[in-house]
Write a protein that binds this ligand. Structure first.
Ligand code: HEM
Length: 947
């Protein structure tokens, strides 16, 4: 094989750890560094490919060999190999312009090696995540481990546990006691409760099924001390209220204020005075629209709450003790006052689905639990089906109002004083509702409502109607033309445009809106959340394929190979290890939709593109943990008026003044366009410690029957994770195949120069973590994990590499949310930490791989031809191309920008300058992935740039 081809493959697939003698590079001498890098590349190639790990302790961990590091990123990458953080973030081309080598003959080669290398490190991580991190709580785990009838668990595709139960209204329709297969009306659309997405596993992903896990069952609920390892790991130091969650919130989460009076605990000043100010740490490349977008998404994916409440039992929520000289000591009234916490706060306990001790089984000499010690149900459908808009059960469906004049449409009402505009109707007493929702707009998922959710629900209701209008126009123009739609109960009948019923059109619009939302999230929100070249390419590959955009024929061929060979494979190893790699060729979206002679009555065709990797799909509890993103929300919204000067901040509106029913008046009196402009221009809050909104720490929830009717949401995030048994941060990382930390000091960014001003706050953070979580004298005889081993293959013990008997940090006790907020070392442009990201790599792909409406059922038979084109082209008509080459890419006008232009035309002049709707709209996008906070020429007067 030619060396250059080997080099490409090796750049693509991580080369193994093997010690190779390398010449010393010299970052001050470009010629020497270039020569060293090239020599390293040759050595990397000769050492061959890295094998996928057979056991968890051999996992990749995001760390490459010395040669690979030098080849892909030069000395800089080599320098940080010993930190716990992944290597690829130091590769060439993975940051802004400064990540390109200077003085090299060409920067293209190194940048290609760096970016491609990063992409493939990520793919490698994904393969191993799929292999090691799937734990289903429905009762299928034993067959996943042991297999069934000679087929390996990861290759199984159908599970008896995913049959509809006898009390399901669709039980008989799918086959009752016999083999269950969804057919006919049950497969045409996204069903209300999410059943029949997978034809042969009708129950999968439906409302009320248990959350999955991504971590070994026996590592969950560490505070119960059920195994020797968890006992050793935490030494009896952790519990539901230990360390005290409100104390953690006040000491580690509170936003510091330079002028507390101007913030007024997050309430701002009277009359929305623009003089109000609540300081917060801001992300320069991500706007408040992006914050509300992700809340809008989570309301589609999961919910632990049911109709706005948790279980009936009330629990305490802390503000009781703090560590003093390492000993938990009751807080004095003085301490309470200084901290600002509330000992009398209480909250309703989380619902529990199962809490009986799980069965155990043995396989291959190991003992396993069949499920986690407690399970919890996802009250929502797990599918990306826009269920926050369209409902997930009979009750939520009753809040979805359709237009009586055209039932294909969502009901939008005219509003006095807003000529031409229409908004969602308000909940009526006859609607299923909770007292706290009074006055809110009527939507399927009304919880934790504020102006941001009102914005997106109105926007996508309008988008739904825009699609219906376009279809009706097409039908009026060409009534006899084939709509593309088919009915599986009568598959030969051509359904002409004029034959499409209002109910059918409503459901088609739901499919289109869901797919648009998934597309916006995949290729617009995420590449801005992770603002660098590898992730731009990676996310576009998930959607369009690495080859898709350039070569549709190759893409189609690859897609067919996957469906015909790997999709039907019973070889579990092939299946789980390589499927995701092959899918990056054609992309996940639409996989299996182009097979020859596609037959809508053949389940193998309709369902052929999905892959669950042997484990039924649902979100894991660990996914919810990393989406507890409350620091994204500012306390005050910098309100602007689109009809006046967009550069002017006319008011500062407290988010709390738009909470629940107050959002309706805020929306109707000010309008979608002004809120769009305001949320689009403002930067969101960094995910960091000391950055939770003040108002959330003190929020009033009158629905609570408790002494204060108040809650600290930041503290509640910790309590809920503890209730759900999420492993603490360090074991969480080990479970996901990331390197452990050995002290709080590891949270500091080692790439900062000694004299950097950013060091001081990080040193303070380390001291605060030590104060809150404490230290202990370690005992090296206590093994604390079996997920990983030390470099020398010895078990990891309580001392984490420090001498026996020394004082070590209680790093094992750090709550996962605290840990990922404390991560100062992040890849360039990452608004989230690498720990959150690894959870995302696995689950973001799975929600596409598992959903037939994004794979083999993305066809006109389900979406209509207009629907397919609408999703592919981001709206009606041909694809529009963005002017210029943002970050070096020719790209279509982004899907959310198109949605905004279509449905809020008043924003057209402002959006002219916008490439990605989640990048603050006034920011100059500048050169290659810059994070600079600089205005575009006509936003120079915007005071936000003077802050
Ligand atoms: C005005 C803004 C917001 C308010 C008032 C709010 C309020 C709340 C409250 C009260 C809960 C606790 C429910 C419970 O466990 O009892 C919660 C949970 C949660 N919030 Fe927020 N939130 C806001 C914004 C956001 C944003 C921007 C995100 C970003 C993703 C987010 C993500 C979550 C998640 C993941 C949960 C856990 C849900 C579950 O357990 O099923 N929230 N929020």
């Amino acid at each position: 094989m030619k060396t250059s081809f080997l080099l490409l493959l090796c750049v693509m697939f991580v080369c193994p750890l093997r010690s190779v003698a390398l010449p010393a590079g010299d970052s001050t001498n470009p010629k020497k560094e270039e020569a060293a890098a090239l020599q390293a590349c040759a050595k990397m190639v000769l050492s061959g490919f890295r094998k996928i790990a057979d056991t968890g302790d051999q996992r990749f961990e995001g760390k490459v060999t010395e040669a690979t590091a030098l080849c892909r990123g030069g000395q800089k990458t080599l320098q940080f190999r010993l930190t716990p953080w992944v290597d690829w973030s130091q590769y060439w081309g993975t940051g802004d312009m400064s990540s390109l080598p200077s003085g090299f003959i060409s920067t293209k080669g190194p940048a290609f090696r760096g970016v491609t290398g990063a992409l493939l490190d990520l793919e490698y991580e994904r393969i191993e995540l799929i292999k090691f991190n799937l734990f289903d709580n429905n009762g299928t785990y034993q067959t996943y481990v042991a297999g069934r009838a000679g087929v390996g668990g990861p290759a199984l595709k159908v599970w008896p546990e995913m049959r509809l139960p006898k009390d399901s209204p669709s039980y008989l329709a799918v086959g009752g006691d016999g083999a269950q297969v969804c057919t006919g009306d049950l497969i045409r659309t996204r069903t209300l409760t999410g059943i029949c997405n997978d034809l042969r596993n009708p129950l999968m992903g439906s409302s009320g099924t248990p959350f999955a896990r991504n971590v070994e069952f026996d590592t969950t609920f560490p505070d119960l001390g059920q195994t020797e390892l968890t006992k050793n790991r935490h030494g009896g130091r952790i519990g539901l209220l230990t360390p005290d969650p409100q104390v953690i919130s006040r000491k580690l989460f509170t936003r510091a204020q330079s002028n507390p009076a101007a913030c007024n605990s997050g309430f701002g000043l009277p009359n929305n005075s623009p003089d109000a100010n609540c300081d917060y740490q801001k992300a320069p490349f991500f706007n408040v629209l992006a914050a509300y977008w992700i809340q809008f998404m989570t309301h589609d994916w999961f919910s632990h709450m049911e109709e706005g409440h948790n279980a009936t039992e009330i629990i305490e929520v802390g503000c009781k003790t703090q560590l003093v000289n390492g000993v938990a000591t009751p807080l004095t009234p003085d301490d309470v006052q200084k901290l600002g916490c509330r000992p009398n706060d209480q909250v309703d306990k989380a619902y529990v689905l199962q809490s009986s001790p799980p069965d155990q089984f043995s396989s291959g000499g190991h003992n396993y639990l069949t499920r986690a010690p407690k399970t919890f149900s996802n009250k929502n459908t797990a599918w990306w089906d826009a269920s926050q808009l369209y409902g997930f059960d009979e009750t939520s469906w009753r809040r979805v109002k359709r237009d009586p004049k055209d039932p294909a449409k969502m009901l939008l009402e005219p509003v006095t004083g807003m000529p031409g505009a229409a908004y969602l109707p308000v909940l009526q007493a006859s609607d299923p509702m909770q007292p706290q929702w009074t006055g809110q707009e009527s939507v399927a998922f009304p919880d934790n409502w504020s102006i941001g959710l009102s914005f997106y629900h109105n926007l996508f209701a309008r988008e739904h109607n825009s699609f219906v209008d376009e279809f009706r126009r097409q039908a009026a123009r060409m009534p006899n033309a084939d709509s593309g739609l088919r009915n599986p109960s009568d598959p030969k009948r051509v359904i002409r445009n004029q034959d499409v019923t209002s109910d059918e059109l409503f459901q088609v619009a739901r499919l289109v809106v869901s797919a648009e939302i998934a597309k916006i999230h995949t290729i617009e929100w995420t590449p801005q959340l992770l603002y660098d070249e590898p992730l731009y390419k990676g996310m576009n590959a998930n959607w369009n394929g690495l080859l898709g955009a350039g070569d549709p024929e190759v893409s189609k061929a690859l897609s067919d190979i996957i469906v015909h060979n790997f999709g039907k494979s019973t070889n579990s190893k092939k299946e789980s290890q390589w499927y995701s790699v092959f899918a990056s060729g054609p992309g996940i979206f639409g996989i299996g939709s182009t097979v020859p002679h596609y037959d809508i009555t053949n389940p193998n065709d309709v369902n052929g593109g999905v892959n669950h990797f042997g484990s039924p799909f649902n979100f894991p509890e660990e996914f919810v943990t990393v989406y507890r993103l409350h620091p994204l929300v500012p306390d005050l919204i910098e309100y602007r008026d689109v009809s006046k000067d967009p550069n002017q901040i006319v008011q500062k509106v407290a988010v709390i003044d738009t909470f629940e029913g107050k959002a309706t008046d805020a929306m109707r009196s000010r309008g979608l366009a002004n809120w769009g402009l305001s949320l689009g221009r403002q930067r969101l809050g960094l995910l960091a410690l000391h950055n939770h909104p003040q108002f959330m720490q003190n929020i009033h929830l009158p629905r609570l029957d408790t002494p204060t009717q108040q809650i600290d949401i930041a503290a509640l995030d910790l309590i809920r994770d503890r209730e759900h048994g999420v492993p603490r941060f360090n074991e969480f990382r080990r479970q996901y195949g990331l390197r452990q930390l050995t002290s709080y000091d590891d949270f500091m960014d080692k790439s900062l120069p000694a004299d950097s001003v950013a060091r001081k706050p990080q040193e303070e953070m380390v001291a605060q973590l030590r104060e809150v979580y404490g230290t202990h004298v370690c005992d090296s005889s206590k093994v604390i994990t079996d997920a990983q081993v030390n470099e020398d293959s010895s078990p990891i013990n309580d001392c984490l590499g420090h001498p026996n008997g020394s004082v070590v940090d209680n790093i094992e006790d750090v709550d996962t949310v605290v840990g990922w907020l404390a991560e100062s070392t992040r890849p360039h442009g990452f608004a989230i930490s690498e720990t959150q990201f690894v959870v995302f790599i696995l689950n973001a792909s799975r929600r596409l791989y598992s959903d037939r409406f994004f794979t083999s059922s993305f066809r006109s038979e389900f979406y209509t031809q207009l629907g397919v084109d609408w999703v592919n082209h981001n709206g009606p008509g041909p694809e529009m191309i963005e002017a210029g080459m943002p970050n070096g890419h020719k790209q279509p006008v982004s899907p959310l920008k198109r949605v905004l232009l279509r449905n809020i035309p008043e924003l057209t002049p402002e959006l002219q300058h916008v490439t990605n709707a989640f990048d603050p709209w006034g920011r100059a996008r500048g050169e290659y992935y810059t994070l600079d906070w600089k205005p575009r020429p006509d936003a120079i007067a915007d005071p936000a740039f003077k802050q």
